[in-house]
Design a protein around this ligand. Structure first.
Ligand code: NAG
Ligand code: NAG
Length: 532
């Protein structure tokens, strides 16, 4: 891939032609190597994350409007055990407690999201702005800053105001672009004097595919082969509009950054010497990360998406592609609307070529013509889909560097869950996962990838969408049976804290010591939990 040339002239009229190296991702070399002892660059930011619907509770308090997740989770049969986020961690009432947990970890940043219907109950600014909702986020932001924790704020973490879904069809309707821009503008206006890191959307892949294609997530629509592409198209436009709003109206005064947080599992060719497998793996990554990242960095969808969806639409006898198109004005408007790239990464798949004939119906999944495989030796401690494959993280980060011109990256989500009603606070599998994934990120930085921060997912156990409370991602355990929702540290709190205070992995002896110490202290937490 050839990136733009930069012409520079020095005062001695020496013309320097800088051809930025045409860099391509090397699919054929996967250097796994051993554990790397070393530290992160000075100023590297360590954090933990959450989202509004998953942790706040208080779903109908202080004037909050309903979101699509309130409505979806209240329908029977959508969520594991018919659970809801109605009270969840009661985070709305526990700001002080939770900030003391962050202090214990010595976090540099905390990533959370603003619930749109909490501050605009119908989603529409001219209807009503809810000052009580604004005050909740004001207090949270102020308390974070008092404790020297940088807020990283997500504007859309899936909880669209229900009114916008019901009346207008949610992200199927282009009018969401303006409604979202009004909401974002209000956030810039009210919080932007203190918030300097904004994430427009969290994981739009999931919004589009699980919300509008498979229906596993709110709003639960199953518009196979079209719904996800249309939702994504509008989300990309909404992202670009909000970035431009910030750029033209707020950046001078507030001096913050606006990015997006994209989810991306890594796809590794089953056989790295087989060209078909390499192409299939690249398609997997382009349909996942590239779907959003390529328009935002280069102005248009990945060529391979245009080719495959176009070809399959023609085979179906459609007059145009199911993948919408951007006009040339839209392309230049969208291109470059990213001050930093947020990355949510959890796992990896092996990928091989597999044809799906069009006459059997089309979907986002069959459009890709590939099959996903896993290695049965990969550890799989929690969520069914979440295999621990640390080297995939380094591969993904290097891919991003080569594809999008080495952008500034914040890892906005990375972590592992445990299954079901597990009350084990000695989470050595999470310690292992964090240690190995963070180490691969360190190797990627040595490779030259521009990673500036890392966000462990998540601070607390919380409502895990359609899985209810059956999957726990937290560093802190939450006892949901108890009305007060008490928090207990898992062993990984101790371990992550050491990584943070050492800014990496100083040497083998010390790092091995951390694990021993962390697992020593957790048995007393186990006893506390059993007694509580
Ligand atoms: C959830 O609701 C559905 C529909 O009412 C019901 O069939 C199912 O048994 C419920 N599940 C639980 C665990 O209560
Ligand atoms: C899209 O939203 C607008 C309101 O902004 C509404 O007038 C229009 O009917 C909606 N379109 C559909 C198809 O729902």
């Amino acid at each position: 891939m050839l990136t733009r040339c930069v012409l520079g002239a020095s005062h001695v009229l020496l013309l320097v032609l800088c051809l930025s190296a045409a860099e391509d991702f090397d699919w054929t070399r996967n250097d796994r190597g051993s554990f790397y002892y070393g530290t992160f660059p000075t100023g590297f930011s360590w954090g933990a994350g959450s989202s509004a619907y998953q942790t706040e509770g208080a779903w109908d308090k202080d004037g909050k409007g309903m979101s699509i997740w309130d409505v979806f989770s209240h329908k029977k049969g959508k969520i594991f055990l018919n659970d809801t986020g109605d009270s969840s961690c009661e985070g709305y009432y526990k700001v002080k407690d939770d900030i003391s947990l962050m202090k214990e970890l010595k976090l540099n940043h905390y990533r959370f999201s603003v619930s749109w219907p909490r501050i605009m109950p119908t989603g529409i600014k001219s209807d009503h702005v809810n000052e009580k909702g604004i005050k909740y986020y004001d207090d949270l932001i102020n308390l974070l800053l008092e404790n020297k924790i940088t807020p990283i704020v997500t504007l859309y973490h899936w909880d669209l105001p229900q009114v916008l879904q019901e009346k207008y069809g949610g992200w199927q309707n282009i009018s969401m672009v303006n409604y979202f821009n009004d909401f974002a503008s209000l956030c810039f206006e009210r919080f932007g004097n203190r918030v300097k890191y904004w994430i427009t959307f969290n994981n739009p892949w999931s919004v589009a595919v699980e919300g509008y294609e498979t229906g596993e997530h709110a709003p639960g629509l199953r518009l196979k082969g079209t719904g996800a592409y249309k939702a994504a198209h509008h989300i990309i436009k909404a992202h670009a509009k909000v970035w431009h709003t910030y750029d033209t109206q707020w950046r001078n005064k507030q001096k913050g950054l606006v990015g997006i947080s994209l989810a991306a599992d890594w796809g590794e060719p089953v056989d790295i010497t087989n060209q078909k497998d390499i192409e299939a793996a690249e398609r997997y990554v382009q349909f996942y990360l590239g779907w959003f990242a390529t328009p935002i960095f280069h102005g248009d969808y990945p060529q391979v998406m245009k080719d495959y969806i176009g070809k399959k639409s023609a085979q179906q006898g459609l007059g145009s592609s199911r993948l919408p198109t951007f006009s040339s004005q839209e392309k230049s408007y969208i291109k470059g609307t990213c001050d930093f790239l947020g990355i949510g990464h959890f796992t990896t798949r092996y990928i091989t070529q597999k044809n799906f004939p069009s006459n059997r119906g089309n979907s986002y999944f069959t459009d890709r013509d590939l099959a996903e495989l896993v290695d049965p030796r990969w550890p799989d401690p929690g969520s069914e889909w979440l295999y621990s494959v640390p080297w995939g993280f380094r591969r993904l980060l290097n891919f991003i560097k080569t594809q999008y011109g080495n952008p500034m990256i914040y890892v906005t989500e990375n972590g592992v869950s445990e299954k079901m009603l597990c009350t084990e606070l000695c989470d050595d599998w999470r310690i292992q996962y964090l240690k190995d994934y963070i180490n691969e990120m360190l190797k990627a930085i040595k490779d030259g990838v521009n990673v500036k921060g890392y966000t462990a997912w998540s601070l607390l156990d919380k409502f895990e969408w359609d899985e209810g409370y059956s999957e726990r991602f937290g560093l802190y355990y939450v006892d949901f049976r108890n009305k007060n929702k008490p928090r207990y540290p898992k062993a990984s709190v101790q371990y992550y804290k050491r990584i943070i205070s050492s800014n990496g992995f100083p040497n083998q002896r010390e790092v091995e010591n951390w694990k021993r110490k962390a697992t020593e202290t957790c048995s007393s937490s186990n006893q506390l939990l059993a007694a509580g």
